[in-house]
Design a protein around this ligand. Structure first.
Ligand code: NAD
Length: 390
């Protein structure tokens, strides 16, 4: 048996289940929050009984004052985090409540980072670069998705260079997360598919990562099983509370897994597509997944053969290589079934961008845990395979 040492980072408090959102006012009071900035977008703010409305009711009942920033954008930009910081300081706020998907959480985290670690977030890209913790942050999650509500990552796009980068640090963890599946019942099909595929990739990449450990393995296995059985149903019938609940469980497990075992080239490359073309993150991940894993397969065929079994494929009597290939086939099938496009052409990718996107992908913190070490030329070939896909 191989003896292994590892440290394992867990978020502090996580509320989970239908209806838990009503507890946020009391929890904010317990934390001593007196004036949080709510970080969200106009659409979520406009829903009469959506997450923002329910959080406001609960804060009002607890007698907590707040201000709202409602300009979160998908693939959040540096100007978004600066605007939150300005609003926070102008109102002498003392905490943050992010409401939405990964973009809202990363906007809130990014604002917290520049309030406590210096104004230029581009200098903080990388792993464990933060010296100070964020102001208290509660993350209310509304997509089953990114895991950002409980991870140490913050993903921001530099709007001038289109470079999307990650700041990863244990000091960047939300204090409390809320995952209430009733807030996700009306997520449209396309967004359910994209965010669900993001969670799926976030369970696959840590499973084959060089940093995986027995705890992250068990989280990945359970997340993959839940996604394999529930994502199609959640896309087909958004009001199926059981399927939505399973997807939330899966995204939380995957979030905890990649918080510790890290990701790989899918995320390193997806960040380039998202930054360059402002494309939805989950779609970028799903489009790249089979081509990155075809490339990775020879580095750890046994892990891929195991993945095939976890995804319900019959591998009896097959060689490790043939079983491993079934895992890639199953990934493509899931993507197809939930309606993800086939080629990165469909999100506007251009061949002339591959070279600089490949250079930046190899600098992304997620690249370091990929099971196979590639060159810039290898990454360009993977972009090309995802471009040529039919
Ligand atoms: P998102 O936060 O960008 O939201 C996409 C859209 O969905 C928005 O227009 C929003 O209004 C809408 N939406 C959100 N909740 C909804 C609901 N309940 N009903 C209807 N519409 C709803 O999407 P996302 O996929 O959750 O986040 C993507 C971002 O997160 C990317 O920038 C990605 O890089 C980042 N990310 C961060 C981490 C991390 O750990 N920090 C991990 C993975 C991805």
């Amino acid at each position: 048996m191989t003896e292994r040492n590892f440290d394992f980072l867990m978020p502090s408090v996580n509320f989970f289940g239908p209806g838990v959102i009503s507890k946020i006012g009391e929890r904010a009071k317990t934390l001593g929050m007196q004036k949080p900035v709510i970080v969200t977008d106009k659409f979520l703010e406009s829903l009469p009984n959506g997450a923002v409305a329910q959080v406001r009711r609960s804060l009002d009942a607890a007698g907590i004052d707040y201000v709202i920033y409602n300009q979160v954008e998908p693939n959040p930009k540096i100007h978004n985090i600066q605007a939150v910081k300005a609003l926070y300081q102008a109102n002498q706020a003392d905490s943050l409540i992010t409401i939405g998907g990964g973009s809202a959480h990363d906007t809130g985290k990014g604002a917290g980072i520049i309030m406590t670690n210096g104004d230029d977030i581009t200098k903080l890209a990388g792993i464990e670069t933060l010296k100070n913790a964020l102001p208290p942050l509660i993350a209310v999650n509304t997509t089953a998705g990114t895991g950002s509500e409980l991870t140490r990552h913050c993903v921001i796009t530099n709007e001038e260079t289109h470079y999307k980068f990650v700041v990863a640090s244990w000091r960047n963890m939300p204090l409390v997360s809320f995952n209430d599946p009733t807030l996700m019942l009306d997520v449209p099909k396309g967004l359910t598919a994209a965010t669900g595929m993001d969670a799926f990739v976030q369970a696959i990449e840590p499973f084959v990562s060089v940093d995986h450990n027995p705890i992250t393995d068990s989280q990945c296995i359970q997340a993959i099983k839940l996604i394999e059985t529930s994502l199609r149903e959640a896309v087909a019938n958004g009001h199926n509370l059981e399927a939505r609940t399973h997807m939330v469980e899966a995204e939380m497990l995957a979030g905890m897994a990649f918080n510790n075992a890290n990701l790989g080239y899918v995320h390193a490359m997806a960040h380039q597509l998202g930054g360059q073309y402002d494309a939805p993150h989950g779609v970028c991940c799903a489009l790249l997944l089979p081509y990155v894993e075809e490339y990775n397969l020879i580095a750890c065929p046994e892990r891929f053969a195991e993945l095939a079994k976890i995804m319900g494929e019959n591998t009896d009597g097959l060689s490790t290589r043939n079983a491993a290939e079934l895992a890639i086939k199953a990934m493509k099938q899931l993507s197809e079934d939930v309606g993800i496009p086939h080629s990165i052409k469909e999100i506007g990718a251009k061949i002339e961008d591959f070279e600089h996107m490949a250079t930046n992908a190899l600098k992304d913190g997620n690249a370091f845990s990929n099971p196979r070490k590639g060159t810039k030329e290898d990454i360009i070939k993977i972009f090309q395979a995802a471009y040529d896909a039919k």
